[in-house]
Ligand binder design. Structure first.
Ligand SMILES: *[C@@H]1O[C@H](CO)[C@@H](O)[C@H](O)[C@H]1NC(C)=O
Ligand SMILES: *[C@@H]1O[C@H](CO)[C@@H](O)[C@H](O)[C@H]1NC(C)=O
Ligand SMILES: *[C@@H]1O[C@H](CO)[C@@H](O)[C@H](O)[C@H]1NC(C)=O
Ligand SMILES: [Zn+2]
Length: 592
């Protein structure tokens, strides 16, 4: 069993029902337990007459108070405390572990691949395996399919509604997607176990989709099934929306699902939206969870150079391919500068590292602390952190020349050469600013090569003379950086609820004392984009998080989009506990 047991002796409180230990629990232990529960309930929560719970109590007993990275407290369901303990006990059983593994394994075995060139739903038969996935869920989670309303949006999108009893409460939305990126057939032999086997090797469940994103989807479904089995009836409506083409941009799935939800509930109608994103991992000696509060923008810039063709025996000095190469070299020689800005979520995350990372180097810690008021220190932080490209990518706009094409024959001059530059846009800037940067950089070269430069609907001509060719710069797809979800102040209640839930889950899963600080939560940002882009109007609090255990790696998604994708059974089990705790906490919150 892979379950982490290192701190098992420290305490069973808030985790294990006292009577389950042994039928002969001494009475003094029972009394101590009851006293503890009453005491901690008094200390941990502000209990209101209506039975709802405030997560901002006046006298917080939190020990991780810090000026730069304040932490919310552990948040354990109160009104449904007994139910939560009982569900937690169930998660600890071998029987539940076996069914959890079975659930995910079966989901992996349905090959719901999304390809770049897929046609519309109803035309392209490659969507049809999604129906098998629907049937699989129906068979696997019978209570969910009895008590929740299920609608199929654009044939394959799944929209579950668990109607709450109190219409005055804003509903909450959980998202996941059940499509996967294709497996490259050339890499099949590199996999430890076949990608669609769902094989469990005693520790890991193997296969495409295990971490991205069927593990989360099964986690949500399983949590709802368990809650229903334990008799839970929500007061706050819960909606679950599962897309089927996230890996292709969510055009047919999430876009249609979001439109349906928006049309039904209206703008700003949801307490929060939680979709895939960050998990937790050890950094600088401390375990940090990093729910994504921001998301970078995205734009593809296409460059096309055209010129006269002809026989290559009488070539010009530069062919279109040569010119395009010069343009691309120019871009790579002048990458976007990455500078940390103080009012960004990434800077606040770095402050969390400095405040709570027990093994951070004193030099970095001091630089981050001083950088709050010293520009010099801030530049030093950049030098220190950016040695790891992951930190640099959080801060700056990136560029990657991902496609290039030109020429058809070895003895013919290429009439056209073409390339795509993929940009991920920093949260502090915009699509237009990114394109303007490229235009400004390339304009002198266009002049040097005597090209007419057409971009964004205007033409920049060559001063005095006939152009030797044409350079076209167009954008093929663009998305602004996402609005930043509140993670401080009054509007941040949903983020704080998530943070408290993460802490409660982490402690309960490891049998750690319920109110102890073992994991720090800081504002994160996923490296890729998610289906949430279609849901922006629905809620101020869009959070990207799925409670995957990343161990000591930056990458929570072991093997996602490549070979050997797998999830540990232990991390999967923790996923059920996470969604269960989240649903109960959200149901009880009075902050939204
Ligand atoms: C996948 O895992 C197997 C078994 O651990 C290993 O031999 C193989 O090198 C891994 N493949 C890659 C590409 O990491
Ligand atoms: C950050 O500060 C800059 C400069 O003061 C300001 O223009 C920008 O709006 C701020 N951004 C946020 C997210 O507060
Ligand atoms: C971006 O630039 C285009 C044309 O150059 C303009 O039409 C558009 O409004 C700009 N978008 C924003 C968000 O400023
Ligand atoms: Zn995904």
């Amino acid at each position: 069993m892979a379950h982490s047991r290192t701190l098992v002796e420290k305490s069973h409180l808030l985790h294990t029902h006292p009577l389950s230990q042994s039928p002969l629990v001494p009475i003094y232990k029972l009394i101590a337990f009851v006293a503890f529960v009453i005491l901690s309930a008094t200390l941990l929560f502000t209990i209101h007459d209506n039975g709802r719970t405030s997560i901002f109590p006046s006298g917080s007993i939190h020990s991780l108070s810090s000026e730069f990275c304040p932490q919310t407290m552990v948040l354990v369901p109160r009104a449904n405390h007994k139910l939560w303990l009982n569900a937690g006990e169930e998660f600890n059983t071998m029987a539940f572990k076996a069914s959890a593994i079975h659930w995910l394994s079966g989901a992996i075995q349905i090959e719901t691949e999304t390809y770049d060139d897929m046609g519309p739903v109803g035309e392209d038969p490659r969507w049809e395996n999604r129906l098998q996935f629907h049937d699989y869920l129906e068979k696997t989670f019978p209570l969910v399919h009895t008590y929740l309303k299920l609608e199929k949006i654009n044939t394959y999108g799944l929209l579950y509604t668990w109607q709450g009893s109190d219409d005055s409460l804003k509903p909450s939305l959980l998202m996941a997607h059940f499509d996967v990126v294709p497996v490259n057939p050339d890499t099949l032999s590199d996999w430890a176990y076949p990608p669609y086997s769902g094989w469990f090797d005693g520790e890991l469940i193997w296969g495409r989709g295990s971490t991205d994103d069927k593990g989360a989807l099964i986690g949500i479904m399983g949590a709802m099934e368990v809650l229903l089995r334990h008799g839970f009836q929500p007061s706050r409506t819960l909606v679950a929306a599962f897309g089927f083409d996230e890996e292709g941009g969510g055009y047919y799935g999430a876009q249609e699902l979001a439109a349906t939800v928006l049309n039904r509930y209206g703008e700003d109608s949801f307490a929060f939206v939680i979709d895939e994103g960050g998990g937790f991992a050890e950094r600088f000696g401390t375990v940090f969870a990093t729910p994504g509060v921001a998301e970078k923008g995205y734009v593809n810039v296409e460059l096309s150079v055209s010129g006269p063709g002809g026989h290559s025996s009488i070539p010009p000095e530069h062919t279109t391919i040569g010119i395009l190469s010069a343009l691309l070299v120019e871009l790579e020689t002048h990458p976007f500068e990455a500078h940390i800005e103080r009012n960004t979520s990434s800077y606040h995350l770095f402050q969390c590292f400095a405040e709570h990372g027990t093994a951070i180097s004193p030099t970095l810690r001091d630089a981050i602390r001083l950088s709050a008021s010293s520009d010099e220190a801030l530049r030093e932080v950049e030098v220190l952190l950016f040695q790891d490209p992951w930190y640099k990518s959080l801060v700056g706009t990136t560029q990657a020349i991902d496609m290039v094409r030109g020429g058809v024959k070895s003895n013919a001059l290429p009439e056209q050469a073409w390339a795509v530059v993929n940009h991920r846009i920093a949260t502090t800037t915009s699509v237009n600013a990114t394109i303007e940067h490229d235009v400004a950089l390339l304009q002198p070269l266009a002049e040097q090569f005597e090209l007419e430069f057409s971009t964004l609907g205007k033409k920049i001509s060559i001063p005095g003379g006939t152009p030797k060719g044409n350079l076209q710069l167009t954008r093929s797809f663009g998305m602004e950086p996402a609005p930043v979800s509140p993670y401080k102040g009054d509007a941040s209640a949903p983020y704080q609820l998530l943070a408290g839930t993460i802490k409660a889950t982490y402690n309960a899963h490891r049998n750690m004392p319920g109110d102890s600080d073992n994991i720090v939560v800081g504002p994160g940002m996923p490296t890729g984009n998610t289906d949430t882009k279609y849901y922006w109007p629905l809620s101020r609090s869009i959070l990207r998080y799925k409670h995957l255990n990343g161990g000591s790696s930056n990458n929570y998604l072991t093997g996602a989009h490549t070979v050997n994708e797998s999830i540990s059974a232990d991390s999967l089990l923790e996923t059920f506990r996470f969604y269960t705790t989240l649903i109960l906490n959200a149901d009880e919150s009075e902050e939204f």
